[in-house]
Design a protein around this ligand. Structure first.
Ligand code: GSH
Length: 279
C-alpha cells in the first residue's frame, strides 16, 4: 500500500524568487498498483485540499502513476495563492518550477508531457464530448455543490473541510464565515438564488442523466476512462457531502457503480468513503 509522508515546511523558494510560507506539504508516491513512471520531473500541486478541481488533477496523476507532492492552503492562505495565480484560484501545478493554473489547463499540460494512459480520447468526436463533460462538471455541477453544501443543514461539514489547514482564532473566524462566503459565490453565479426544491429537482435530473449514460456503458465517453469520468466523479464526490445530493445519488444504482469504477482507477488504494474528496 502506498504511504504518504507529511512534512511540515516553513518556507520554500519559488523559481521566480518568490518566497512562500508553506502550511503543509504531503508527498504522494505513485500507487503501487499502478505502473510507476521513471521520471525526474518534480510536480507540486498547490491546492485547497477539498477543492473538486484539485481532486480532478490528483485523480489524473494517480491514474497515470505520476509521483507528486501537494501543498495545502487554508482560507488564511488566499494571499499566498494569489502570488502563484493572479486570478487567486487554486489548484496551481508547479512543474519543474513552472507554474500552471486552472485544472483543465493543468491536465492538458500533464497529458502533453505524460501521454501514456491518455485521458483525452483521440477520436475527435469523443474528444469533443469529453471536453463538454469536463466543462459541464466544472461550470455547472460545481455551483450545485457550492449551493447545496452552504445550506444550513450541510454548512458545518463544508466549514470543517474549508478550514482544515487553518489554525487558532482565524480558524474559528473562517469556520463561522465559510458558509456565507460560499453562499455568496453561489448566489453571484445564479444557482444559489434558486429555491431549495428547484435546486434539488435540477440535481435529480443531472444524476438521472448520468445514470442513464452509464447504464450499459462502463464510461461516459467511449470505451475507456477519460477526463469526462474524472471531472464528473470529482464533482459528485463533493456533492456527496450534502445530504440532499447524497440521498438523490442513492436512488441511481448505475451511477453509483460507475462512481466505484472511476474511484478504483483514480484513488489511492484503501481510500475510505469520507476521504474520497480529500486524498
Ligand atoms: N477553473 C478553475 C476553478 C478553480 C476554482 O474555482 N477554485 C476555487 C476552489 S474550489 C478557488 O480557488 N476559489 C477561490 C476564489 O474564487 O477566490 C479550475 O478549473 O482550476
Amino acid at each position: 500500500m502506498w504511504q504518504n509522508r507529511l512534512m511540515r515546511a516553513t518556507r520554500i523558494s519559488q523559481s521566480e524568487g518568490v518566497t512562500l510560507s508553506i502550511p503543509s506539504c504531503k508527498i504522494y508516491p505513485p500507487t503501487l498498483r499502478l505502473r510507476i513512471m521513471a521520471t525526474d520531473d518534480k510536480l507540486v500541486l498547490h491546492q485547497y485540499q477539498v477543492s473538486p478541481f484539485a481532486a480532478k488533477v490528483r485523480r489524473c496523476l494517480y491514474f497515470k502513476g505520476i509521483a507528486f507532492e501537494v501543498i495545502n492552503y487554508g482560507l488564511t492562505g488566499v494571499g499566498k495563492v494569489r502570488t502563484l495565480n493572479p486570478a487567486g484560484k487554486a489548484p496551481v501545478l508547479e512543474h519543474n518550477g513552472r507554474l500552471i493554473a486552472d485544472s483543465s489547463d493543468i491536465i492538458r499540460h500533464i497529458e502533453e508531457r505524460f501521454p501514456d494512459k491518455p485521458l483525452y480520447p483521440a477520436q475527435s468526436r469523443l474528444g469533443a464530448l469529453a471536453h463538454v463533460f469536463e466543462d459541464w462538471a466544472d461550470e455547472s455541477l460545481y455551483y450545485y455543490d457550492l449551493t447545496m453544501r452552504s445550506w444550513p443543514n450541510n454548512a458545518k461539514w463544508l466549514a470543517d473541510d474549508l478550514v482544515i489547514e487553518d489554525s487558532g482564532a482565524m480558524k474559528t473566524l473562517f469556520h463561522f464565515l465559510a458558509p456565507m462566503i460560499i453562499r455568496k459565490q453561489a448566489r453571484a453565479q445564479g444557482t444559489g438564488r434558486k429555491a431549495y426544491d428547484a435546486v434539488c429537482a435540477d440535481v435529480a435530473r443531472h444524476f438521472e442523466a448520468i445514470n442513464t449514460l452509464v447504464s450499459g456503458n462502463a464510461w461516459l465517453v467511449g470505451e475507456s476512462l477519460s477526463i469526462a469520468d474524472i471531472s464528473v466523479a470529482s464533482m459528485l464526490t463533493v456533492l456527496d457531502r450534502a445530504t440532499e445530493a447524497r440521498n438523490l445519488m442513492a436512488t441511481q444504482p448505475a451511477l453509483l457503480n460507475w462512481q466505484q469504477r472511476v474511484d478504483a482507477l483514480t484513488l489511492p488504494e484503501g481510500t475510505t468513503d469520507s476521504d474520497r474528496a480529500l486524498v
